[in-house]
Write a protein that binds this ligand. Structure first.
Ligand code: FAD
Length: 390
């Protein structure tokens, strides 16, 4: 067992930390306050090769592994979780499904501009009446000569108003189907821009489709493959959201630890009161354990192994830890923690959504528990007769 990162992975982490500390963190409070989407940062991320870090070089990407991508998301999210989720959705939900399920032609056409950051990608599955229950989507793709005509309403699309390319899911005659859509096509309009509690520098928008024509060659996979593509995409994507959660928790922990050595009560720094010191110990321990799980999930994905359950565990645990750590960090700051003068209240707000998007914590528990039951069934283990109906 080797817990060391490779030289290349360490290099990514250092470069990402430098960009995060230099170009992102100093502005995060302002972007949060002004509901500003920072285009300028995405140019810098593109220059650094971070918009397609884990995309193969032949498609314009950095050719790095998924673990490197996870390190990148953690570092960027440590500075600004909104920028972190923008990058995560662009990469793992807006680009990777085309790479994984696209034909050679589709990959060559769509992926390089996304991977170089010349275009931003998005992923539109959720609708007002279908979130966790993705199979219930109502957007309709009617077959017409040469392709499809799509109508429907997608809700809370991260990057909706800044993306040029969308991976879109709609119900075709053979079932839920995935499409790659150019956002400039006629028939697409923007709905409401969500006013959120956190991750405010990310833009979250409703997108409406009215008789959008999508040629057959822009269908991703076969008709009816859409749910498999969506769920497969989210299985990897949620490891990125777990990394976002780590970044938020790390930022909150660092801020609280520094504050605790500076704030004095009863004649000594609060870090020397055991109640505060033990909070810091618990925060760091939880964070370290969550990081191991997230890195393991990324590593398993990099080995090409099944990562559905471990990815769900990573997101479930890391998002729980992010919320706990942000809560305790705020407590360590006392009244100051509740004020906008410190970033901890932002971390607290930002942490909350990591338990919701790319599958709620309840859905992660469903995924993990179904895995347990399936593994037991594969071993031929059923319930003991005397416990049935007890
Ligand atoms: C900021 C933000 C950005 C987002 N970005 C995107 C995006 O880019 N693309 C996209 O497609 N979607 C996006 N979403 C949508 C997100 O993925 C959904 O909000 C999420 O999947 C939950 O769906 P829902 O909100 O409809 O909740 P619901 O499905 O209505 O669930 C409500 C509650 O019931 C629980 N619940 C539901 N079903 C079960 C069950 N079977 N067992 C136990 N509990 C259950 C849920 O856990 C939750 O607590 C975004 C959401 C937010 C908040």
């Amino acid at each position: 067992m080797d817990f060391d990162l490779s030289v290349a992975q360490r290099d990514v982490r250092e470069r990402a930390a430098e960009l995060a500390d230099g170009e992102v963190a100093p502005h995060a409070a302002q972007w949060d306050r002004e509901d500003h989407f920072p285009d300028e940062v995405f140019e810098k991320l593109a220059e650094a090769g971070f918009m397609g870090l884990c995309v193969p070089e032949e498609y314009g990407g950095g050719g790095m592994d998924f673990l490197s991508y996870v390190l990148l998301i953690e570092e960027i999210s440590r500075a600004d979780a909104g920028v972190g989720v923008t990058l995560a959705v662009h990469t793992s939900a807006g680009t990777l499904p085309i790479l994984t399920h696209g034909t050679g032609e589709q990959k060559a056409r769509w992926v390089p501009e996304l991977a170089r950051g010349q275009k931003i990608g998005c992923f539109a599955l959720t609708e007002p009446e279908a979130g966790s229950d993705a199979a219930a989507i109502q957007a309709w793709a009617e077959r017409v000569p040469g392709g499809y005509r799509i109508s429907g309403h997608k809700q809370w699309v991260t990057n909706g108003r800044v993306a040029s390319t969308m991976v879109l899911f709609a119900r075709a005659p053979e079932g839920v189907t995935a499409f790659v859509v150019d956002m400039d096509a006629g028939g697409i309009s923007l709905g409401e821009h969500a006013r959120k509690m956190g991750v405010i520098s990310a833009t979250t928008d409703d997108v409406l489709f009215d008789d959008l024509f999508v040629p057959e060659e822009d269908r991703l996979g076969e008709e009816g493959d859409g749910l498999r593509i969506a769920l497969g995409t989210l299985a990897g994507g949620r490891i990125g959201i777990a990394a976002q959660a780590l970044g938020i928790a790390e930022a909150a922990f660092r801020y609280a630890a520094r504050y605790a050595t500076q704030r004095t009560t009863f004649g000594k720094p609060i870090a020397e009161h055991q109640a505060v010191a033990f909070k810091l110990a618990d925060m760091q321990t939880k964070l370290e354990a969550a990081r191991l799980l997230v890195h393991k999930a990324a590593w398993i994905k990099d080995q090409g192994l099944r990562h559905v359950e471990i990815g769900a565990q990573a997101k479930l645990h890391a998002s729980t830890v992010a919320n706990e750590v942000a809560y305790e960090a705020l407590q360590v700051l006392g009244g100051q923690g509740y004020m906008k003068d410190h970033p901890v209240e932002r971390y607290y707000r930002d942490a909350r959504v990591t338990e919701i998007y790319e599958g709620t914590s309840e859905i992660q528990r469903l995924v993990v528990s179904e895995g347990i039951v399936r593994d037991l069934a594969a071993q031929g283990v059923g319930p003991e007769p005397d416990t049935v109906g007890a």
